[in-house]
Design a protein around this ligand. Structure first.
Ligand SMILES: Nc1nc2c(c(=O)[nH]1)N[C@@H](CN(C=O)c1ccc(C(=O)N[C@@H](CCC(=O)O)C(=O)O)cc1)CN2
Length: 284
């Protein structure tokens, strides 16, 4: 029998409030300028999960009064063709934010494609310029999932200063930036990855654990420090997180569910940053 003592960090509710605030800001932009903020979504191929995520983003945009412009390219698209399509969006004055759905096919140089996004339109926080700004603690757009994680931690008053934060995963759009944002808030950050020796012993030291490894139920409750804050950023097929929720919830003080935790915040941050980008580009 499960004896869960943890409080849930409700990403669905926080995302709803964030999207409502974003919708009010978008309406104000339209009222003052006659311009509707616009997010361009770029999808290469037809991976079912990516198709779903892009549709979710477009639906949320519609709810928030953000126009979406969709560019759909075949799986056979070359790096050069993708870079050309993104460059055109970067130069389009009607587009305020650009999202290239990750992952693209293995034959494409994804970094080159991301770098074709104009920094002022990088509302997904994926360019080197955005990453550098985040690393230096300068204003700019943050990678959306890590940005959503920070908003969740703040909404639940999680103290980060001086705490031991462990990030399991080192991807460019999730693990690495999550660690930098935690470091920027004075946490003592350790990254773990596939080559980490004795992962369990490192995870057991975490006051704040961010699981971003992409392996279903990879982290078990036995490795959670009693009272830890557990953030599950896993988005594995079937909506299964990286953390074994039932056993982890018995030891954590706060925990994000999957679904309903970090995922909804990813899109909420994307929308908020799109409106912020529109405000800046329109000189508001
Ligand atoms: N360019 C990007 N690509 C990808 C990103 C990203 O931030 N930028 N993140 C992930 C996938 N992702 C958005 O693209 C994403 C994943 C999950 C969710 C989400 O809300 N999940 C829900 C469940 C969804 C469902 O019911 O099917 C949840 O966790 O509650 C949103 C966005 C990879 N690619």
């Amino acid at each position: 029998m499960s004896t869960s003592t943890a409080t849930l960090m409700d990403g669905t509710a926080l995302a709803r409030r964030t999207v409502e605030e974003t919708a009010a800001r978008a309406a104000e932009i339209t009222r003052r300028t006659g311009v509707t903020p616009c997010l361009a979504t770029v999808l290469v191929g037809s991976d079912p999960a990516s198709v779903t995520y892009v549709k979710m983003k477009q639906n949320r945009c519609a709810k928030a009064g953000i126009r979406s412009k969709h560019v759909e390219l075949p799986a056979s698209t070359t790096t050069e063709e993708l870079v050309a399509a993104i460059t055109a969006l970067s130069q389009d004055p009607e587009v305020h934010g650009i999202l290239l759905q990750h992952p693209v096919g293995p034959h494409i140089d994804e970094r080159a494609a991301f770098e074709a996004i104009a920094p002022e339109k990088d509302v997904d926080g994926v360019t080197m310029a955005s990453f550098a700004a985040m690393g230096f603690g300068l204003p700019g757009f943050v990678s959306c999932t890590p940005g959503g994680i920070m908003r969740l931690l703040d909404a639940y008053d999680v103290e980060l200063r001086g705490k031991r934060a462990v990030v399991v995963g080192r991807s460019a759009i999730l693990g690495k930036p999550a660690g930098l944002l935690l470091l920027g808030r004075d946490a003592t950050v350790t990254y773990c990855h596939s080559r980490t020796e004795d992962l369990s012993s490192v995870v057991r030291e975490a006051d704040v654990l961010v699981a971003a490894v992409g392996k279903p139920n990879f982290i078990k409750g036995a490795d959670i420090k009693p009272g830890a804050v557990v953030v599950d950023a896993g988005y594995n097929p079937g909506n299964i997180g990286d953390v074994d929720f039932a056993s982890a919830a018995e030891r954590a003080s706060l925990i994000t569910p999957v679904p309903g935790g970090v995922g909804p915040m990813t899109i909420a941050v994307l929308l908020a940053q799109t409106v912020e980008g529109a405000e800046r580009q329109l000189g508001l």
